[in-house]
Design a protein around this ligand. Structure first.
Ligand code: PLP
Length: 379
């Protein structure tokens, strides 16, 4: 079946007890046993519940994986994936990785004997050079947040195969609809489902989609032992959001392209970073491995002062962290999403004080552009 058919039907079969087209929210913490040691498949909601099972089936199908595990946030899912590593192990990460992942790895996981190297994974030579005997994992974002660097999925998968490394891709920025890392050889895909997969900015959630049984067993063990599995109501919300993922992404994509072209032609905008523009250095690679370019754009207005003027004047675009919802959100990575990255590291990876990140929503694109036009006039 096609992507949208799977998104609407896999894991979302009518409720066998009542025929309800939309399965009920099983808002219960525990399940009565029929007799000692005899359950109907569920005993306690931390371990498993029907809404979680349903959502995990849908996500495994959409991402082309063996199984998936959903968590209370993207960070909880990513943390579960890093628990595949053991003290002494080393992992290579994209240099411009999401600020929360930088914080988790540098400030928390290093205390447990793990080591991390951050490299520009869009440069294959740098990835090869960073590999050590203890390296066990390559973890990338493509495109990176917010610098929009594209990493060659097939080439990294080849390196991972040669060196026997686990290849993990954070697919948050494009969603399962616009990019399918497993089809290029990734072993694990993670998402902050807080973003496009849910798409309505009404819960936080994350997923790890796996392709190997051994990873499935370990991540399920983390989910039920550490207890950060996604709750019934939030599973219901994400399942509902997924049904419209394809149509939403097509609109994010077309609106994104229109806004990127508008910004690129504006004299007060110094630089637009959007892989959909032919001027982007990795435009051809993005065309090859993505179904579209999505709704995430970064652009530079030159200074923190110009950023302040613009962000204080937008009206339709909401000044907020996060991305991937139906509404347009705009932010300044240096002071918001990426403030946990030290200023010298930010500078080195291109997160300038004048950089603005916009998550283009699915409103009428003329209204988004008119709002940006009014705000840019204040700069
Ligand atoms: C690319 C990316 N990965 C992971 C995360 C973390 O997800 P969450 O906020 O759901 O924990 C984010 C959050 O902004 C993100 O942008």
């Amino acid at each position: 079946m096609g992507f949208s058919t799977d998104a609407i039907h896999v894991g979302q079969e009518p409720d066998p007890a009542t025929g309800a087209v939309v399965a009920p929210i099983y808002q219960t913490s525990t399940y009565v046993l029929e007799a000692m040691g005899q359950s109907k498949g569920y005993d306690y909601a931390r371990t498993a519940h029907p809404n979680r099972k349903a959502l995990e089936r849908t996500l495994a199908k959409l991402e082309g994986g063996l199984n998936s595990f959903v968590f209370t946030s993207g960070m909880a899912a990513i943390d579960a994936v890093f628990r595949l590593l053991r003290p002494g192990d080393h992992a290579i990460l994209s240099q411009a990785v999401y600020g929360g992942v930088f914080r988790l790895t540098t400030k928390l996981l290093t205390d447990f004997g793990l080591r991390f190297t951050y490299v520009d994974t869009s440069c294959l030579e740098k990835v090869r050079q960073a590999i050590e005997p203890a390296t066990k994992m390559i973890y990338i974002e493509t495109p990176t947040n917010p610098t929009m660097l594209v990493t060659d999925l097939a080439a990294i998968a080849q390196i991972a195969r040669e060196k026997n490394l686990t290849f993990v891709v954070d697919n948050t920025f494009l969603s399962s609809y616009l990019q399918q890392p497993i089809s290029f050889g990734a072993h694990i895909v993670v998402h902050s489902m807080t973003k496009y997969l849910n798409g309505h900015s009404d819960c936080t959630a994350g997923v790890a989609v796996v392709t190997r049984q051994e990873d499935a067993d370990k991540i399920y063990f983390v989910q039920r032992s550490a207890g950060a599995g996604l709750a019934p109501m939030d599973c219901f919300l994400v399942s509902r959001g997924l049904k419209t993922l394809a149509v939403r992404m097509e609109r994010h994509d077309s609106n994104g392209m229109a806004v990127a072209k508008y910004l690129a032609a504006h004299k007060k905008v110094e630089r637009v970073i959007y892989p959909g523009l032919p001027a982007h250095p990795q435009h051809e690679l993005a065309r090859r491995q993505q179904r579209g370019f999505g709704g995430m754009i970064s652009f530079d207005v030159g200074s923190a002062g110009a950023v302040r003027k613009l962000l204080n004047h937008v009206k339709l675009c909401s000044l907020a962290e996060s991305l991937g919802g139906v509404e347009t959100l705009i932010s300044n990575p240096a002071t918001m999403t990426h403030s946990s990255i030290p200023p010298d590291v930010r500078k080195q990876i291109g997160i300038t004080d004048g950089l603005i990140r916009i998550s283009v929503g699915i409103e009428d694109v003329e209204d988004i552009i008119a709002d940006l036009d009014d705000a840019l006039a204040q700069v």
